[in-house]
Ligand binder design. Structure first.
Ligand code: SAH
Ligand code: SF4
Ligand code: F3S
Length: 473
C-alpha cells in the first residue's frame, strides 16, 4: 500500500492543484487570520479562493503561517484512500497547536467533509466545523457558532449554487495564470468515483459571469485562464428568459474573444461528450491552447463498461483521430486506473496498447482505490490484489515515461510559443513557462523579457518531459 501511495504521489506532484498546499498571501493586516490548505483537484484549489473571498467580507485576511491563524481550514479530497489518509495525518499535526491556542477554530471543508459529514466531528475530536462544497456562504455564520462554544456543520448540497457572483481572492498566484470554475458537480456515474456523492448534481455557471471574471483577470494583468469542471463538455447554460443557450464550444469562443493575449485552457474533457464543435473551436482560436486532457481510465471496452464510462476503446480512439485530424499538433494527456475490479492481464495489456497508440504527452496514473458507497463498491469485488495493481501501475508508469520522452524529443528543433511564468525552480538565471500544448519549457533569462510575456523559444534539448531551449524573439 505504501508503494502504491508513493507511485501515485509522484504523479500527483506534477498535477496542477493536486495535493497543493497553499502558500497564502497575507492580504491585509490587523484582521482575524485564516490559514487554508487545499488537497485534491484544481476545483478544490479554486474553491479555496471562493472561501477566502467569503471570509474576507467577514473581516478575515489569509496568512501563510498557521501558527498565527484564528481559523485553520483544510479543503479536502476523497478521490482515493491515500488522499484521505494525508488529510488525517495533517489534522494530527494541528492537534499540538490547538493545545496551546484554545480559541483556534479548525475546520474541514470539501469532499471529505461532504462524504463523512457529522462522522468527522465524532471521529476527529479536534475538528470544530465541517462544511461541504456547496455551503461556503454559510461559513461566517458557522464560525460564529463555533466561537459561541458549539460545533458546527453544514453539508447541504445544492442544485443551484455556483458562487457565480463572487470574486475569488487569488491565493498562491503568480499573477499570470488563474483557475476559473465554470460548473460544479457531476452527473456521470463512473462506478469507481466518489465525486458525484461529494459534489452533487451538475450545474453550469452563468456564462456572462464567467466572461466578466476573465475580463477582470485580464484587467489585473493575468495572461492565462484554465476553465474548470469535472466534465466541461457538458457545460450548458440557459439564460433566465430562455433566449440564450450556451454550450461549451460557445463558452470557449466567448472566453477566447475576451482578448487575443489571454490564453485559454480547460479541464476536464470527457471522451463521451467532447464534440467536433469543441475541437474545431480550439483549432479556430489561436489563444485557445492546443492541449486536451482526455482521461481514458482503461484501454479495454469490457472494463470501461464496468466503470460506466459509457464509451468503448473504439469510440475513444475515434475521438483521438478527430483531434489529430483537426489539430495535428495537439498535446493530449490522460488519466489511467490500474487494477479495477475484474481486470485481467489481457485487459491490462489493452491499456498498454492504447497508450502505445496514442503516445500521450502526460498521464496521471493511479491504482484503483475502492471508495465506500460508490456503485463499484456496492456491485463489484475489489478483486485485483494490491501487489498486482502495483505491478500493473509500474508498467503503465514505465511506458508513459517512454512516451513522455518521445513527445518531448519530437519538439527538439521546433519553435514554441511560451508564456513566461517566472524563474525556473532550480535557477534564477533561467525562466520557465508552458508551451501552447502544455510542455514545461526552461530557457535562459534574457534582458527585456519578463514573466507574463510571450516569447518564441527554440527547443534545443529535453529531459523526460521538460523542454530546454533559448529565446529567439
Ligand atoms: N472528472 C474527471 C476526473 C476527476 S477525478 C474525469 O472524468 O476524467 C481524477 C482522476 O482520478 C480520474 O480521472 C481517475 O483516473 C482517478 N480516480 C477517480 N476515482 C478513483 C478511484 N476510486 N481509484 C483510483 N483512481 C481514481
Ligand atoms: Fe468522477 Fe466520472 Fe464525474 Fe469524472 S466524470 S468526476 S470520473 S463520475
Ligand atoms: Fe476534486 Fe478530490 Fe473532490 S479530486 S472533486 S477534491 S474528491
Amino acid at each position: 500500500m505504501i508503494e502504491l501511495d508513493l507511485a501515485s504521489k509522484q504523479h500527483d506532484e506534477t498535477r496542477q492543484g493536486e495535493a497543493l498546499i497553499l502558500e497564502n498571501k497575507t492580504v491585509e493586516k490587523n484582521q482575524r487570520k485564516l490559514y487554508i490548505e487545499s488537497y485534491g483537484c484544481a476545483m478544490n484549489f479554486s474553491d479555496s479562493e471562493i472561501v477566502a473571498s467569503i471570509l474576507s467580507e467577514d473581516g478575515f485576511s489569509t496568512t501563510p503561517d498557521y501558527n498565527e491563524a484564528d481559523v485553520i481550514f483544510i479543503n479536502t479530497c476523497s478521490i482515493r484512500e491515500n488522499a484521505e489518509t494525508r488529510v488525517r495525518n495533517r489534522l494530527k499535526q494541528f492537534k499540538a497547536i490547538k493545545k496551546t491556542n484554545k480559541g483556534l477554530v479548525i475546520g474541514v471543508l470539501g469532499c471529505m467533509a461532504e462524504r463523512l459529514k457529522s462522522k468527522f466531528l465524532e471521529e476527529e475530536q479536534l475538528v470544530d466545523v465541517v462544511v461541504g462544497p456547496d455551503a461556503y456562504r454559510d461559513l461566517p455564520n458557522l464560525i460564529k457558532q463555533v466561537n459561541g462554544g458549539q460545533k458546527a456543520i453544514n453539508v447541504l448540497l445544492s442544485r443551484e449554487e455556483t458562487y457565480a457572483d463572487l470574486s475569488p481572492v487569488r491565493l498562491n498566484s503568480n499573477g499570470i495564470s488563474a483557475f476559473v470554475s465554470i460548473m460544479r458537480g457531476c452527473d456521470n456515474m463512473c462506478s469507481f468515483c466518489v465525486v458525484p456523492f461529494t459534489r452533487g448534481r451538475e450545474r453550469s455557471r452563468d456564462a456572462h459571469s464567467i466572461v466578466k471574471e476573465v475580463t477582470d483577470l485580464l484587467n489585473d494583468g493575468y495572461k492565462e485562464v484554465t476553465l474548470l469542471g469535472q466534465n466541461v463538455d457538458s457545460y450548458k447554460w440557459t439564460s433566465e428568459d430562455g433566449k440564450e443557450k450556451v454550450n461549451f464550444a460557445h463558452l470557449l469562443e466567448m472566453v477566447a474573444l475576451v482578448s487575443p493575449t489571454m490564453r485559454v485552457r480547460f479541464s476536464t474533457s470527457h471522451p463521451k461528450d467532447i464534440t467536433h464543435e469543441v475541437i474545431e473551436t480550439i483549432a479556430k482560436y489561436k489563444n485557445i491552447c492546443n492541449y486536451i486532457h482526455l482521461p481514458v481510465q482503461s484501454g479495454n471496452s469490457r472494463v470501461l463498461g464496468l466503470m460506466n464510462r459509457t464509451y468503448t476503446r473504439e469510440w475513444y480512439l475515434n475521438r483521438i483521430d478527430a483531434i489529430r485530424r483537426i489539430i495535428p499538433e495537439c498535446g493530449i494527456s490522460t488519466d489511467i486506473i490500474s487494477g479495477f475490479c475484474t481486470e485481467t492481464d489481457e485487459d491490462h495489456q489493452e491499456t498498454l496498447s492504447m497508450m502505445e497508440l496514442v503516445k500521450y504527452e502526460f498521464a496521471y496514473m493511479y491504482s484503483y482505490s475502492e471508495r465506500p458507497g460508490t456503485p463499484a463498491a456496492k456491485k463489484f469485488t475489489d478483486d485485483v490484489s494490491p501487489g498486482l495493481k502495483q505491478k500493473r501501475l509500474e508498467e503503465i508508469i514505465a511506458l508513459q515515461q517512454i512516451h513522455s520522452r518521445y513527445r518531448a524529443q519530437i519538439r527538439v528543433g521546433k519553435i514554441e510559443e511560451v508564456l513566461i511564468e517566472g524563474f525556473s525552480k532550480k535557477s534564477k538565471t533561467d525562466y520557465c513557462g508552458r508551451s501552447d500544448h502544455n510542455h514545461m519549457v526552461i530557457f535562459p533569462v534574457v534582458k527585456g523579457y519578463q514573466p507574463g510575456d510571450y516569447v518564441k523559444v527554440l527547443v534545443e534539448k529535453t529531459t523526460t518531459a521538460t523542454l530546454i531551449g533559448s529565446i529567439i524573439e
